[in-house]
Design a protein around this ligand. Structure first.
Ligand code: HEM
Ligand code: SF4
Length: 571
């Protein structure tokens, strides 16, 4: 460390810091305002706290203008996010969520890019019941959003079952260990009485009363699949397997996707590998990493508060030294590893234990019944007979996992009956696509995403087909704003919403998720998007080298410059 004195940036604390400080460990006045019958919404301060309980107040933006004209308050409703470490749930839990979505939400479930479930359109009056049912099913919404460690992601890797099972246990352990300790959640939602003699204030031994400056994300990848986008995480762990045994994790720090349009002080960044540690040390490592962010993160300017900015401000070597100092031991040198891709592999595979796993394409993670395609009902019927598990992938898809040979036939029949094919009729491009929710629920959306990408995709598929690229996997992602919830900066082709019908277009991320993309065109509409893609995809069809991925091709042809680090993303 030498004589360098580490410090957090100066400046008055942001609003959210004040709200957290005044909240008495996330209680605020949530209990009271949720009972207030006058409004279907809650005050802004409580909404900020609400995030730590796994929910946001939203309004239906399709109805906003009409309701304003009628002098009505916005059509308030809540989004609720359910954590499941590594995205693994039982069929019974699936049925609970399915039924709650029907009863208390808008009848659909969104499988998110961080292996969580989201429900939309829950009215204030139904929130408590919904959370209680979720709790009874042994799932939780606590810390699904907010300035804490989020759901720990983990590669579902069905064809390496033993390693996966071990890695999953670490993900689960980390996820639980890093939960906030406040009793606020239990008191507000689960009617837990204050036990006589318990102290008036709760304690947060790791987080402290102010929690973290921003959210914190951890994910564990098992090479050769980087499906969880390990470099997008604040703390990314890469499982190292030798002779069929998990020997530990390479440790990568300081990744993150969000940025603001037009503000170069904000940028997506990839996590950088700083060393290796054995499995037994990983919990301590995560805890100490989090405390560095707790102590030195920016609590004044929220858009510069993620760990990536702390790491870049202090320097990666300084952060590594501080981490080793707090741990009292040094990281070993990173071990060699190799990633092939950051997408999913569809269809049936047999795992080592003789169990079968089926990866199902779910467009943009939306589980719903569509007119010709009864996805939600089909999965409901499968959950009723399934005795294995369901695993959410980080690409918004679903694995029907641990199916015995006997059950496989029945599940195949149900998939047939409900038309839940593996998406073979889709192009590889569509199967490599993701879109965040955006309109109508997300209050931050500047443009459509989930509702629009499938429409745009039809037209891009025409281009792909004409050029004989039907089976070429190219990652393509869209978000309604630059916050980056569908990890657009790590897609070979990305569209980031700028205004209604207008997007910034990015190209050139690596197919294995190890390089960010670069802006190619700013603020363009559909016509220009299709024109650009026609030219570039036809060149790709004709001029690419054997095995060359699209993201590498656009760089080798000088169509965009390579982004070698988040700090040169805007150059
Ligand atoms: C300032 C930064 C961000 C803010 C304020 C923000 C806010 C939101 C909001 C309001 C939603 C709910 C949308 C809805 O369901 O209607 C959402 C969804 C989500 N966000 Fe973010 N977000 C930010 C950045 C990110 C980043 C960088 C990631 C991860 C790379 C992320 C991951 C997610 C995920 C997984 C969802 C679920 C939606 C999906 O899978 O489509 N968020 N975010
Ligand atoms: S990227 Fe923006 S529009 Fe999309 S869900 Fe996240 S915050 Fe909303």
């Amino acid at each position: 460390m030498g004589n360098q004195i580490l410090k957090a940036p100066d400046g008055p604390p942001s609003d959210v810091e004040r709200i957290k400080a005044d909240s008495n460990y996330l209680h605020g006045t949530l209990k009271e305002v949720m009972l207030d019958p006058i409004s279907a919404g809650i005050p802004d301060d409580d909404n900020r706290l609400m995030k730590h309980h796994g929910s946001y107040l939203q309004d239906d933006r399709d109805l906003r203008n009409e309701r304003q004209k009628q002098k009505l308050e916005p059509a308030y409703q809540f989004m609720l996010r359910v954590r499941a470490p590594g995205g693994v749930v039982t069929p019974e839990q699936w049925l609970v969520l399915d039924e709650l979505a029907e009863k208390n939400a808008n009848g659909t479930i969104k499988l998110t890019t961080r292996q969580s479930f989201q429900m939309h359109g829950i009215l204030k009056w139904n929130m408590k019941e919904t959370i209680q049912e979720i709790d009874k099913s042994l799932l939780t919404t606590l810390a699904a959003c907010g300035d804490v460690n989020r759901n720990v992601m983990c590669n579902p890797n069905p064809d390496q079952s033993e390693i996966h099972a071990e890695v999953y246990e670490w993900a689960k352990y980390l996820s639980d260990y890093l939960l906030p300790r406040t009793r606020a959640y239990h008191e507000i939602w689960l009617d837990e009485e204050k036990v006589a003699g318990t102290p008036e204030i709760d304690e947060e031994p790791m987080y402290g009363a102010l929690y973290l400056p921003r959210k914190f994300k951890i994910g564990i990848a098992v090479p050769p699949s980087n499906d969880i986008d390990v470099f997008s995480q604040d703390l990314g762990l890469i499982a190292i397997v030798e002779n069929g045994k998990l020997i530990g994790f390479n440790v990568a720090i300081g990744g993150g996707m969000g940025m603001s349009h037009g503000d170069k002080a904000t940028y997506p960044q990839i996590a950088r590998v700083i060393g290796f540690c054995t499995p037994e040390k990983v919990v301590e490592l995560a805890e100490k990493t989090i405390t560095i962010q707790r102590d030195y993160g920016n609590r004044s300017v929220r858009k510069n508060a993620r760990f990536k900015y702390t790491v870049d401000r202090l320097g990666i070597e300084t952060v590594k030294a501080e981490l080793e100092n707090r741990l009292g031991w040094s990281l070993e040198d990173a071990k060699p590893y190799h990633f092939d891709h950051n997408g999913d592999r569809y269809g049936w595979v047999k795992g080592v234990g003789g169990k079968w796993h089926y990866t199902l394409f779910v467009q943009n993670g939306r589980v719903a019944d569509f007119s010709e395609y009864k996805l939600k009902t089909g999965l409901h019927e499968i959950a009723k007979v399934h005795s294995g598990d369901f695993r959410l992938t980080a690409n918004q898809n679903l694995i029907i996992g641990n199916v015995s040979s006997q059950k496989k036939k029945k599940i195949n029949e149900l998939m047939e009956q409900y038309g839940l094919s593996d998406g073979k009729h889709h192009t590889a491009l569509r199967r490599s696509s993701m879109a965040c929710v955006a309109l109508p629920t997300c209050g931050l959306a500047m443009a459509e995403s989930e509702r629009y990408l499938p429409v745009l995709m039809e037209k891009i598929e025409d281009i792909v087909n004409v050029n004989g690229l039907r089976d070429k996997e190219i990652t393509i992602r869209m978000t309604g704003c630059p916050n980056g919830c569908a990890r657009p900066a790590l897609a070979e082709i990305a569209f980031v919403g700028k205004a209604v019908g207008r997007y910034n277009m990015y190209l050139g991320a690596a197919h294995d998720g190890s390089r960010l993309n670069k802006m190619y065109r700013e603020n363009i509409g559909e016509e220009e998007i299709l024109k650009e893609l026609s030219v570039i995809l036809s060149r790709y069809a004709k001029e690419r080298q054997e095995g060359e991925h699209f993201g590498d091709f656009v760089i080798s042809k000088g169509i965009v410059k390579a982004t070698t680090d988040g700090t040169n993303f805007h150059e």
